[in-house]
Design a protein around this ligand. Structure first.
Ligand code: LRH
Ligand code: MN
Length: 424
């Protein structure tokens, strides 16, 4: 379903007066709003191809209808999101869930929707129907060399798919681990995984990145072979400059200080990118900023500080991706809310008075430092995020326009109630 610019213009006209007043007030509260708005316009968040349908758990899945039946329809749905917020300018594919049949046709369709292909994701956590070997006991860690070779070949195949689409990075998440003490020799599992990653690393084009995503548990519940930032860092450090660590916000043990992990990985130039989502208990894959918006702000606060310290380009030098699962919300509304929450956290972090914060830290004025941070968090920056959309031809209120255009009803009309998208 295409959203004509006329629909967006008439929507914005209705909201313009209220928006202009809010923006005028916000510019009195925050200094240098122009550079913040410019940075927001440049900031693009990749949408996961595996999160455009209804997600579920082992206890059930409640389809919402109108789900994309093909990669082409997934690109249309991401194109729709991008038309509404002009901040979802890339799609991240998961192979084999979304294998393009005709790369040029897919690239042309994506270009029509102003979309690029972000990181491609390999999948050695599920057995494919025609596979020779099973990943039951892991993939790159597996004691059986033939299984490792199959997993390495798959990752190299995914790189080829990415090259054909113009992607420049491979994300590897390994479910590998063990469920019981004694099941695994940790040293051999590490060595097998490293040697396998080295073969995959050697297949990377010179301008590509390899993102190694860590996760503390699930589907293995005693050990995970890439379980935390330290283990991922130890692998990517050994692999080389093209290898970096990917931080999925839901992959940490309870109460982990993710913003400190981010700060350290940035300092070490080993932070590759993010899978944004939110969670309360496990890898809940909920809407970004829905439960812990202050943590999301603190993470962006470290990102802005650390990226500026290294003179990095905020929009281009890290992988910004969402990784969520929509069990009860409309997938597209959920993704619009996640992008909004990420843009708000970024805008808040950009509005922090860095000089004053540095002075407070140098004077150990703990109260002052907290006042400066919380002032930025408690200042309403939504008018800046909306202004960035307005200036780039998108909607002042994407969710409101999505609903007033009855997009989901139209998609159900077009695709049916029972369609099921590939993915989680
Ligand atoms: C693992 C993960 C990984 C993806 C999968 C869909 O939990 O976060 O990023 O491959 O979800
Ligand atoms: Mn992830």
């Amino acid at each position: 379903m295409l959203i004509g610019s006329n629909k967006i213009e008439s929507h914005n006209e209705e909201l313009l007066k209220k928006h202009t007043n809010k923006l005028a007030f916000t510019t009195t509260e925050i200094s240098d709003t122009e550079s913040i708005i410019k940075k927001l316009i440049d900031f693009q968040i990749a949408i996961p191809s595996w999160a455009l349908g209804t997600g579920g758990t082992r206890f059930g899945r409640f389809a919402g209808g109108g789900e994309p039946r093909s990669l082409e329809e997934k690109i249309e749905d991401v194109g729709l999101l991008h038309a509404l917020n002009n901040a979802s300018g890339a799609i991240s594919l998961h192979i084999p869930w979304d294998i393009p049949t005709d790369h040029n046709a897919i690239k042309a369709l994506a270009a029509q929707h102003n979309l690029k292909f972000d990181a491609v994701n390999s999948n050695t956590f599920q057995d494919q129907a025609n596979a020779d070997h099973s990943y039951r006991y892991g993939s790159l860690q597996n004691v059986n060399k033939a299984v490792r070779k199959q997993a390495i070949a798959h990752n190299i195949e995914v790189i080829q798919q990415g090259i054909a689409l113009g992607s420049e990075s491979l994300t590897i998440w390994l479910a590998d681990g063990s469920n019981f003490p004694g099941q695994l020799n940790f040293r051999k599992a590490y060595q097998n995984t490293l040697e396998s990653l080295e073969e995959i690393y050697d297949a990377l084009p010179s301008n590509w990145k390899l993102f190694l995503e860590y996760k503390c548990a699930e589907p293995n519940f005693y050990s995970t072979t890439v379980a935390d930032w330290g283990q991922s860092y130890s692998y990517v450090k050994k692999l080389g400059d093209k290898a970096q660590t990917l931080v999925d916000l839901g992959h940490h043990l309870p109460n982990a200080n993710i913003e400190q992990i981010v700060s350290l990985l940035l300092m070490e130039n080993k932070l590759g990118g993010f899978h944004f989502n939110d969670s309360k208990y496990g890898d809940d894959d909920l809407t970004a900023g829905a439960l812990k918006p202050y943590q999301l702000f603190l993470i962006f606060n470290e990102l802005v500080e650390g990226m500026d310290a290294r003179g990095m380009n905020h929009a281009k030098d890290l992988g910004w991706m969402i990784d969520a699962s929509h069990n009860i919300k409309d997938p597209l509304e959920d993704l619009l809310q996640s992008v909004e929450a990420i843009m708000i956290a970024y805008a808040q972090a950009l509005s922090v008075d860095r000089k004053a914060l540095e002075i407070a830290q140098d004077e150990n004025d703990v109260v002052k430092a907290q006042e400066i941070l919380q002032n930025a968090f408690r200042t309403d920056v939504r008018a800046l995020v909306a202004e960035a959309r307005l200036r780039s031809g998108a909607a002042l209120n994407p969710v409101e326009l999505y609903r007033s255009l009855t997009v989901r009803k139209n998609l159900i009309g077009e695709r049916g109630l029972k369609t099921m998208a590939t993915g989680l």
